[in-house]
Design a protein around this ligand. Structure first.
Ligand SMILES: [Zn+2]
Ligand SMILES: [Zn+2]
Length: 215
């Protein structure tokens, strides 16, 4: 028994100095982009950057990465006109293929290739079930066991997720799989790089290095 309130399982992410450093310095995200990812105000991000003693660099940053995703027209052009795959776009934009997929849905862009049903189930190519090398399925199971079959952000259980979303919990690579490449799948799929997330938290925490909760 650690807490009465399931919502207090984690501290607000902006209190985590390492996380802010990584987002702001390593990933060169703007305060605005960080605030979007952490679902808080820009002023909160600025305040905590200061509090953590992280030198700020003024407005700007690399919002361009996500502009393509946020802008429905742009994404439509890349996906439909230029016929880039979800996977290719994910590589170019440096996000998870799953995220690209979410934005396609959001902008109501018809998905092609594996059929809408398959894609909506998350079983599309380039998603979280394929292409992660021979060690993935085994490691995926281990990660779920370690995480007690619960989303490590909100605590939703595998059973609830199956009922509400019709699929298993997602296993997210904290450092994106493509940064390792399939030849280094053992390293990419090591337990320390995997985390169980529900669909909703996955989209929200995409690109954010959340770590497994340890009681
Ligand atoms: Zn992911
Ligand atoms: Zn969740």
């Amino acid at each position: 028994m650690t807490s009465v309130y399931s919502t207090t399982k984690i501290d607000p992410p902006w209190r985590n100095e390492g996380l802010l450093r990584r987002l702001y310095i390593d990933e060169q995200l703007s305060t605005k982009e960080i605030s979007n990812r952490l679902d808080c105000g820009v002023s909160t991000v600025s305040k905590w950057l200061k509090r953590h003693g992280i030198p700020t660099r003024g407005p700007g940053g690399t919002d361009a990465v996500c502009d393509t995703l946020k802008d429905g027209e742009k994404l439509r052009e890349e996906y439909l006109t230029k016929e880039k795959s979800t996977h290719e776009l994910a590589d170019e934009l440096d996000v998870c293929a799953w995220t690209v997929h979410q934005y396609l849905i959001k902008h109501d862009i018809p998905r092609r290739g594996f059929g809408n049903v398959g894609e909506d189930n998350g079983n599309y190519k380039g998603g979280h079930t394929d292409d992660y090398g021979p060690s993935y399925q085994r490691q995926r199971k281990k990660a779920l066991e370690r995480d007690d079959y619960e989303c490590q952000v909100c605590g939703m259980t595998q059973t609830q997720h199956k009922q509400e979303r019709g699929e298993q919990l997602h296993i997210h690579h904290i450092r994106p799989f493509r940064k390792y490449g399939v030849e280094n799948h053992e390293e990419a799929n090591r337990l320390g790089n995997l985390i169980s997330l529900c669909q909703q938290c996955h989209s929200r925490w995409e690109g954010v290095p959340v770590v497994p909760r340890r009681d």
